[in-house]
Structures are given as C-alpha cells and as structure tokens.
Write a new protein. Structure first.
Length: 372
C-alpha cells in the first residue's frame, strides 16, 4: 500500500513538473499548477501569494475561493494582513504547516462579507529555491481542519518545484533583459558609426557648397540641405540616447540633465529622498523622462520643464510638468498619443500608476507612482 501511495505521489509530481516547464508566464503557470494540484489531491480551494523582498504581496493565482474572499474582484485577498504572511515575513514559515484558522475567513465571518463555503482552515507552504523565497501556497477544503504528515510532505515537494520554476523564470527574464540591452548598445554603436557620420558629412558638404555658390538660388538650396541634415542629425543623436542612455551610469538625475541639455531644454529637477533605485526602475523612470522631454520639445512651445523625484515609504513619485500650450484631455479617455501610452505602460509594468493633467493653454503635468 505504501509503494502504491509513493507511485501516486511521483505521478503527481511528474504532471506538475511538466506544467511548470511549459512556459515563462508566471501567473498563467501558477494557475495551471494550482488547478492540477487541487484535482489530484481532492482539495477544494487554493491560492498563491507572491511576496517581494520588502514584504509586499500580490494574489498571483487562485482557484475556487468562496464568495467571502472573492467579492469585489478579490479585494479581501489583495490587502490587509494574515497569519501565514506574517509567519513568512518573520522567518517562522520554513516548511509546510497547518494554519489552525484563516484570519481572512475569520474577518469575513465577523464582518458578514458573504458565504465562506464552510472553509475555515488551510495548509501553508513556502515557495523557495535554495535560500531564495518567492511566496506561499495555501490549500484547503470545507470541514478539513488538519493535514497529516504525508499530505504536508507532498505539498512541500510541489512547493519546491514551484519555487525552482519561479527562479528559472526569473533567471530567464534577466537573461533576456541583458540580451536586449546588448542589442540596443550594438544598434546605437552602428547608428553612431554609420548614419550619424554620413549625416554629419552631408551637413559639412552642404555648408561648403553654400559658401562657394555664386547664385542666390543655389546658395539657398545648399543652406536648406544643411538645415535638413542638421535636423536629421539632432534626431539621430536623440535616438542614440534612447537606445543607449549616456550618463545613466552616473545616476538617473545626471542622465535626465544630460538629455535635457542635448534637446536644448531648461530643466529644473528637484529630488527628495535617497534615489538608490533598482536598475529596472531606474531605466523605466529614465524612459518616461526621455519621452516627456521629447514631447515638451516638439509640442509644448516651451523650453522649460520641471521634474520632481521623491522616494518615501517604499514608493517613488515622479512628476513632470511644463507651462506649455497643453491639450484637451479628460481622465478616463484613451490617451491621445503612442508616447503617452508608452509611458503609462512602462509605469504599470513596474507595478505603478500613471496619470495626466492637461488643458489647452494651461500646460501639462504627468505623474507616476512606482513601488521601489
């Protein structure tokens, strides 16, 4: 009987391993694995919290949560504290364990938030790979108040597989980011060494032609060619900056100042707090600042722009404003340009928020709030 049970456990682990190796979309994989785990164990409900190093968490996967926990788009699961997360944060959750009762369910009952489907208890398992921790797996069923050693051992094995897969995905994403950076640097070098030099040559040739031309008409043509070449050269330099931000190695403030100077903008940059930002967030803020300054140069009719950066309580706030012509915008409407959409998407990919305030003749203010 013990051998049969062991074979069944190995079969479960094999099926889950196959699911975990299918792709790199974290939430989709976790959802599939959770569904498979519940189906093969006969458990009714499960959910997975992914927890960052600073202790903040998010609901990454869930199956069959009762009404009391799924109401208002899973609001009871996306905020507040509970015993399993508290134990995880203070380092007391080292292995699969029984949680006597679920605080979220207790609060739901106390506040009459809806049907709990008679679910009261759950088991909690940390998701880890070596010394690296990623979150917790919770599973339970109505009327089930205890998990025996064999059940906890199986859950621990599954959690170890999930943790290992999360680490694999994290490493793969980091590798892709490094490859993308290397490709951007290569393209920037190619543009600088070829197109940039050609445009510079065209500009010099046109200037020489204008100085030697005897006819006013020919001189005017050469001058026009020189102006076009210079304009294209400026655009090319801006593109190279976007591909490979010179000065970012000296910090975000230095990079923004350098880019503003290159565009001919008068930048007032104000910093509050210590800007010791992770690389991904620093680059995201840099790209938002770049696009904002480029928009100011092209559309605002002004050469002044103000950027405010502040870090408080694990949040970075970014505010960019110009006193230019502005544009008509109503909050909630579709953003009027690809640049603005790109800035919003960058902020949201970093887990943040992005908003716009603008009116004709009253300038524009862009704001982003990003967790750090």
């Amino acid at each position: 009987m013990e051998a049969e049970s062991r074979l069944q456990e190995l079969g479960i682990l094999k099926e889950i391993a196959e699911l975990l190796n299918r792709g790199t979309e974290t939430d989709e994989i976790l959802s599939d694995v959770l569904e498979k785990l519940l189906s093969v164990t006969g458990l009714k409900t499960g959910w997975i919290f992914l927890i960052d190093e600073d202790g903040s968490y998010r609901l990454a996967a869930r199956k069959n949560l009762p009404e009391a926990l799924s109401r208002s788009n899973y609001a009871p699961m996306c905020a507040g504290e509970c015993w399993c997360i508290e134990k995880y944060r203070n380092g007391r959750l080292a292995k699969a364990t029984n949680i006597m009762e679920c605080k979220r369910l207790e609060d739901a009952i106390l506040n009459n938030l809806g049907d709990t489907a008679e679910l009261t208890h759950h088991a909690t398992v940390p998701l880890r790979a070596g010394d690296e921790k990623f979150g917790i797996l919770n599973v339970g069923s109505p009327h089930k108040t205890h998990f025996d050693k064999e059940e906890l051992a199986l859950l621990e094995s599954v959690a170890l597989q999930i943790g290992t897969s999360l680490k694999r995905i994290k490493l793969a994403q980091r590798e892709q980011e490094l490859a993308l950076t290397a490709e951007r640097n290569r393209l920037a070098r190619d543009l600088h060494d070829s197109v940039n030099q050609l445009l510079f040559s065209v500009s010099l040739t046109a200037k020489g032609g204008a100085s030697m031309a005897e006819s006013a008409e020919v001189k005017e043509t050469f001058t026009y060619i020189q102006e076009l070449a210079q304009e294209a050269l400026n655009e090319m330099r801006a593109l190279i900056w976007q591909l490979r931000p010179q000065g970012l190695e000296n910090g975000i403030v230095s990079a923004l100042r350098g880019y503003a100077q290159m565009l001919g903008l008068k930048l007032d940059i104000q910093v509050k707090g210590v800007l010791n930002l992770p690389g991904k967030i620093e680059e995201g803020v840099w790209r938002i600042g770049q696009e904002s300054m480029a928009n100011c140069k092209k559309h605002s009719g002004q050469t002044k722009i103000t950027i405010k950066l502040a870090v408080e309580r694990n949040w970075l706030s970014l505010e960019i404003s110009d006193p230019g012509c502005g544009f008509h915008y109503v909050e909630g409407n579709e953003l009027p340009s690809l640049g603005l959409k790109g800035m919003k998407e960058r902020a949201e990919r970093l887990g943040g928020e992005f908003c716009i305030e603008s009116a004709v003749g009253r300038g524009t203010k862009l704001s982003a709030k990003i967790p750090v």
